[in-house]
Design a protein around this ligand. Structure first.
Ligand SMILES: [Zn+2]
Length: 209
């Protein structure tokens, strides 16, 4: 199997996570032991772990897909070192996950979409190539980049729409309630309502309906 085929497996995990209401990010870990002397493969590569983002489900800030997949891989190998492993993940890893890759001594990371807000393997940081650290590793970016990014775009677009619907409903209820609310309280609620909507929905156009 090649990088794209493994990334498709990671995309499957991302889709499953999205269906569960998680941000759709998925990861798989492929294990391919090599002879340290000859550098020849000692066995066929095999997938030893796969995971989707599970932050909401576990209520855990460390519930990122690749973090969960690496933990599972270590369990599978019964070792903390993942030196013969490649981690495939649909979104560029954050500082925490790149840090775990460093700690686990992974051989390579392959990712799909870059993350302009948190990417630590090339975009904001180059954790994999920082010579001050005691382990560096190879990174292959942009594998099925568009598909990986599109999945995230669709998810956030759907979520914004759902929030907008919810806020419209809340607004209508508030308007109904306001007919019996004293003017002073009304002003305060209107102010808080507008502050909440600007912070929660920065990308949305103003309400038209
Ligand atoms: Zn992460």
């Amino acid at each position: 199997m090649n990088d794209e085929e493994y990334m498709r497996m990671a995309l499957d995990e991302a889709q499953k996570a999205g269906a569960d209401g998680e941000v759709p990010i998925g990861a798989v870990v492929v294990y391919e032991p090599i002879d340290p002397g000859t550098r020849r493969p000692l066995a066929e590569p095999r997938v030893i772990a796969r995971a989707g983002n599970r932050r909401e489900r576990d209520r855990n800030p460390a519930g990122h897909a690749e973090f969960a997949a690496m933990s599972e891989a270590a369990h599978e190998l019964d070792a903390w070192r993942l030196e013969y492993c490649t981690v495939y993940v649909t979104l560029e890893p954050c500082i925490m996950c790149a840090g775990l890759m460093h700690q686990a001594r992974v051989r390579r990371c392959v990712y799909g979409a870059p993350d302009p807000k948190a990417g630590a393997l090339g975009t904001l940081y180059q954790i994999n190539a920082d010579e001050r650290l005691n382990h560096t590793f190879e990174v292959t970016p942009d594998v099925l980049r568009d598909e990986c990014a599109e999945l995230l775009r669709e998810f956030f677009s759907a979520r914004r729409k759902a929030r907008k619907r919810a806020s419209t409903t809340a607004q209508l209820e508030q308007e109904r309630a306001e007919t019996t609310t004293p003017p002073e309280a009304e002003d305060r609620e209107a102010f808080m309502g507008s502050a909440a909507s600007t912070s929660a929905l920065p990308a949305e156009p103003s309400e038209t309906s």
